[in-house]
Design a protein around this ligand. Sequence first.
Ligand code: NAD
Length: 251
Amino acid sequence: MSQFDLTGKTALVTGGASGLGRGMALGLAKAGADIALVAFNNKNMETKEEIEALGRKVLQIQADLSEENSCEEVVKQVSEAFGKIDILVNNAGIIRRTPAAEHSREDWNAVINLNLNSVYLLSQLVGREMIKQGSGKIINIASMLSYQGGINVPGYTASKHGIAGLTKALANEWAEKGIQVNAIAPGYMATANTKQLREDSKRSEQILERIPAGRWGAPEDLAGPVVFLASRAGDYVNGHILNVDGGWMSR
Ligand code: NAD
């Protein structure tokens, strides 16, 4: 359907070589977009090769986005390679699991730096260019912990509540400039992020019991939602947090 067509668009997907980012990068590429992937290391080139096989242009950049200057460097490289950025998917994120009383300052800072600070910096850098273009889509990856408190993940919860607020704040300012800022809140998805949870049989069972769909989510489950928010089909959707959670939040 032409409303979902992304031919000629450039999408920057952070953490796009693996996990949920890979699922979204492949979805956007299948809808026609050229893709810039930011990966923490360049060991895994599988996603890049798969996108190339679809006939799209693709660039994979190695960067540690928790370092402030790397955001500027990434945006510079993508702009030079593609001439513009139409879609920014702020997906890269980490989780550190330790009870609040023992949660180290190092864990807190690492999580906030990547999950929140880099999202703000990248959105600001890319947003400035989108304002000049008069169009753009920014899609942040939130979480069920953008609403709930979670257990043993205080820094992560704070970062994802921050993502929900930042999404709305940017959406309000930039809607009139032709830029839609929204978020996807994935439920419990089978990736490296949830490996520890899935290996804990008691927690895993408790989580599965609450998911009406009766299964953990997969990276492919985010392909359709991200294409919707990145395409013309989502042009009047602003500041929304779209739960893709198999029904978790409805319980
Ligand atoms: P993942 O661990 O598989 O992927 C994380 C990605 O972030 C990887 O591609 C990694 O290379 C990248 N990354 C990590 N540190 C980085 C750094 N310093 N600089 C640049 N890139 C870095 O986990 P995932 O589940 O695919 O997580 C993707 C996003 O989805 C995260 O923001 C996460 O919080 C969010 N999320 C995941 C779930 C879930 O259940 N898996 C649920 C809700 C939200």
